[in-house]
Every structure is written in structure tokens, then in C-alpha cells.
Design a binder for this molecule. Sequence first.
Ligand code: SF4
Length: 241
Amino acid sequence: MRWRPFTAKIAGVMKKSDVVAFFDRLAAGIDIPRSELEYKNPYTLLVAVVLSAQATDVGVNKATGPLFKVADTPEKMLSLGEARLKDMIKTIGLFNSKAKNVIALSRILVEKHGSAVPEDRESLEALPGVGRKTANVVLNVAFGQPTIAVDTHIFRVGNRTGLAPGKTPLAVEQKLEKVVPADRKLYAHHWLILHGRYVCKARTPDCARCVVRDLCAYKAKTTLQVPGKAKRTAKKKPAKR
Ligand code: SF4
């Protein structure tokens, strides 16, 4: 994926004390956040994340529901075969290359890793179709490691808010590694994704109902708009007599 640099103006980098408050408030909304991708075990999580590149979680879940009923291990996926796998995931973008990768990585898991998903970054990133972001998600969700995978939502939120400004996903990830409080790292990825997906949205952030509005450094915060009505304005004080 090609990343467009973030060009919107922000007021500055978030202060350390504000970062603590930022995560306290996101955590108050959802204590223990969960991945919106459906999976049954580390292997199906890995497959789901590989399939989710440039696709929505909802779209991936629709295809993987029936798929994981027949193929929830590398051996079963190899028995299913590439042609049938393609047919089962054809509603997901780039399904041809993704099917090839899933079959190839399943073969490597069987031949080199005793059919288990490896718990280290190097081995994960050596699998076809698995980059740093996918490895981070698997390490975090399947194995409870405090990694922070930077996707398009986290890249945007990190930059807009001043929490972790950076020109590339790796720069944002490294900044997040430094600033996120240790006790918030395990779930930071999910809190930031959910915030970006449902509140700090790409086209129009929903600043009026944002719980971190006063901590955020974005200069172009949106205001409450009522459809079909004029923008709300403050009531004029009666003139003094
Ligand atoms: S105030 Fe607006 S720009 Fe800032 S985090 Fe909230 S939704 Fe995003």
C-alpha cells in the first residue's frame, strides 16, 4: 500500500500528561477492546489479517465464516486447495494473490513450524503476504505481545491528534512505542483503530462527540451540524440599556 503523507496542520505534539488522559478516556469507553475480525485460533487470525489488506473487516468476516468451517488449520487449507479457496474468498479484493499467499504460507507452516503459527516477528514476516503490520496484529492479538500495528486509521489518528506524528507507518509506530504508557500498550492498537474508524473518521472527524477533543492538536476540528439546518451559533447577549 502507498501511504500519502499527512499534510493537515496540527497545533503541536501532545504533552505526556495529555497522552495518559487520552488513553484513560479511550479505555473508559471500552475496557478490553477486541478485534473486529472473526477468528477461531492463531492460524485463522493470521489468514483473516492477510485477507483484510485493503478490505473491510465486515467483508472479510462474510467470506471467512464459511471458509473457517471447512479450513481452520494449515492442513485443511492445503486440502481445500487454491481453486476452491479462491472461489470462497472471491468477494474480497485482490483475492487471487491473497489465495496464493494463504496456500503458500500454510505449506510453510506445515513444513517448517509443525503447523503452528510462529510467535516471533522474523518468522512471521518471512511468510508470504505477511508484512510488519500483519505480524504486529498477530503478535498482539494471538500472543498478547504489546505491539502496535499501524494501519490507515492509526496513521491518521496519530498524526491528527499530535499523539504520534510521523511521515510513514513505521515512524508513527516507533513514536507510539515511545509515548504510549506501558500499561496501555497491549490494547493501544485496538483503542486507536476503533477511535479512527468510528469517531476520528478520514473525511470528516466527528469532533463534536469526541472524548479527547480538548487534548487533540488538530487545527480543523469540526463542529456540531444539524442536517438541513444552519450551523449553530452562540446566542447573542441582550444589549445593555
Ligand atoms: S477532536 Fe476531532 S480530530 Fe481530534 S481526535 Fe477527536 S475526532 Fe479526531
